[in-house]
Ligand binder design. Structure first.
Ligand code: PRP
Ligand code: MN
Ligand code: MG
Length: 179
């Protein structure tokens, strides 16, 4: 285990099982819909990659770069679009792919934006759900696992841009961010 990690919260094997289950579910729910999976960079990358391997129907993938944390350990609630989609979402069934839903501000904002742009439907799949952090009313449609009120990193989740490459989700030692 990495020296800055206190505890592994979601192991590689658990993540694999989650992706298999969600992939199957999405394949059933979106059969014949040619859904557009929209990954929110940067955090979505490992989950998007693992999830789509388990989806058994034709899908398209695209990305947006969105930021709400601006560095620290608490979400700012102020969502900035740093890189936008390159194609229209008009009449498309969209699935937002996230590593974590915390305050809910990111997916809430992007959901409204996509609907405003003419998407037929917008649903959210997230590896981690942290309901204790919620500031806007939002329940993700597809949840990998619900986690407690801890600051976690790994499998896409960062602290000051580091730890995204860990193959598991772990609790960061407070000594790393309390100086
Ligand atoms: C993190 C995470 C989610 C969002 C969740 O992204 O990847 O996208 O915050 O927080 P919220 O529910 O409170 O909006 P961040 O803004 O840190 O950008 P990143 O994906 O590049 O790390
Ligand atoms: Mn993110
Ligand atoms: Mg981040």
């Amino acid at each position: 285990m990495h020296q800055d990690i206190d505890e592994v919260l979601v192991s590689e094997a658990q993540i694999e099982a989650i992706c298999l289950k969600l992939g199957k579910q999405l394949s059933e729910d979106y059969k014949d819909k040619n859904p557009l999976f929209i990954g929110l960079l940067n955090g979505c990358v490992p989950f998007m990659s693992a999830l789509i391997k388990r989806v058994e129907i034709p899908i398209e993938i695209q990305f947006m770069a969105v930021s709400s944390y601006h560095g620290g350990i608490e979400s700012s609630g102020d969502v900035k679009i740093k890189y936008d989609l390159e194609r229209s979402v008009m009449n498309r069934d969209c699935v937002i792919v996230e590593d974590i839903v915390d305050t809910g501000a990111t997916v809430k904002t992007i959901t409204s934006l996509l609907l405003h742009r003419g998407a037929r439907s917008v649903k959210v799949v997230t590896l981690l759900d942290k309901p204790s952090g919620r500031k806007v009313e939002l329940i993700p449609d597809y949840i990998g696992i619900t986690i407690p009120k801890r600051f976690v990193v790994g499998f896409g989740l960062d602290y000051n841009e580091f730890y995204r490459n860990l193959p598991y989700v772990g609790v960061l030692k407070p000594s790393v961010y309390i100086k």
